[in-house]
Design a protein around this ligand. Structure first.
Ligand SMILES: [Ca+2]
Ligand SMILES: [Ca+2]
Length: 233
C-alpha cells in the first residue's frame, strides 16, 4: 500500500464540520456558498463517529480516532470534494480459501449523500480491482453500521465490516489512486475477542491509522501509536 503524507489545513475544519452558521465570510466565498460541502462534511462526521470504541469500526484500537477527525477530514471547501469526472480504483483481496463476494460501499457527493453499493466477486487467493467514481467516503458494507455484512463466502459464511474503517478522500486516499481492502485471517486478533482463526476485512484506513503515530504523525490513544509497538506496524 502507498502512504501519502499530505499537509492539511487545520483549525477552521472544526467549525465547518459542525456548523455552517459559523463559517467565515472568506470560507463562504471559497465554497461558493453552496451547501454541498457542508452536507458532505456532516455526513463524514456522522460516519467517523462510528469509528472506535468496543462496538465501533476498528474496535478499541481506534479509540480516540473521532477526536482527531475535525483536524484531518478536510471537507471544508468545494475543492476538497471529489472532482465530478474523477475516478478511483478499489482493490479487493481475498486471502481466504473460498470465493467471496465483497459488498463495496461509497458516497460520491455528485450522486448525493446516499450510499452507493457494488458487489464484487473475488476468487479465493485473488485480487480484483474495480473502478468507481472518485468518492469522498469508501468502505465495506454499510458505512455507518459497524458489524454489518461486509463479505459472504461461497459456503454462506459471512464476515462483518467491523475492521473495515471507512476511508476518507484526502486523508486515506486520493482521486485517481487506489484504496484497498483485504479479507484476511485475524492472526493478530485486532478485534480483541481472542479468536485468531476468524476472517476479518481490513481496510487501508484501518491499517493506515494503526501505524505507529498514525497519519500526519498523530496518535489516537495514549500509548505509543495505535497498536503499541508490539504489533509491528
Ligand atoms: Ca479476533
Ligand atoms: Ca471477531
Amino acid at each position: 500500500m502507498m502512504f501519502r503524507w499530505l499537509p492539511r489545513r487545520t483549525g477552521i475544519l472544526v467549525v465547518t464540520a459542525m456548523s455552517a452558521g459559523c463559517m467565515s465570510g472568506i470560507d463562504l466565498l471559497a465554497n461558493g456558498g453552496t451547501s454541498g460541502v457542508t452536507d458532505l462534511a456532516n455526513k463524514a462526521s456522522e460516519i467517523a463517529s462510528h469509528v472506535g470504541g468496543t462496538d465501533g469500526f476498528g474496535g478499541t484500537l481506534m479509540d480516540g480516532y473521532f477526536d482527531h477527525m475535525p483536524d484531518h477530514m478536510g471537507f471544508d471547501v468545494t475543492n476538497d470534494l471529489a472532482g465530478a469526472d474523477a475516478h478511483m480504483m478499489v482493490l479487493l483481496r481475498n486471502e481466504s480459501d473460498q470465493d467471496g463476494t465483497f459488498h463495496l460501499s461509497y458516497i460520491d457527493s455528485h450522486m448525493g449523500l446516499t450510499e452507493q453499493d457494488m458487489d464484487v466477486v473475488v476468487g479465493a487467493g485473488e485480487d480484483v480491482t474495480v473502478e468507481i467514481p472518485c468518492s469522498e467516503i469508501v468502505g465495506i458494507g454499510s458505512l455507518d453500521t459497524p458489524g454489518a455484512l461486509g463479505c459472504h463466502l461461497d459456503d454462506g459464511e459471512t464476515i462483518d465490516n467491523t475492521m473495515s474503517v471507512p476511508g476518507f478522500l484526502g486523508q486515506d486516499f486520493m482521486c485517481n489512486g487506489t484504496y484497498a481492502c483485504v479479507l484476511v485471517q485475524d492472526v493478530n486478533d485486532l478485534d480483541g475477542d481472542g479468536d485468531t482463526q476468524e476472517l476479518i476485512i481490513l481496510s487501508d484506513a484501518m491499517e493506515f491509522h494503526m501505524m505507529n503515530g498514525g497519519p500526519y504523525g498523530h496518535m489516537h490513544g495514549s500509548g505509543p501509536g495505535m497498536m503499541g509497538s508490539h504489533m509491528g506496524f
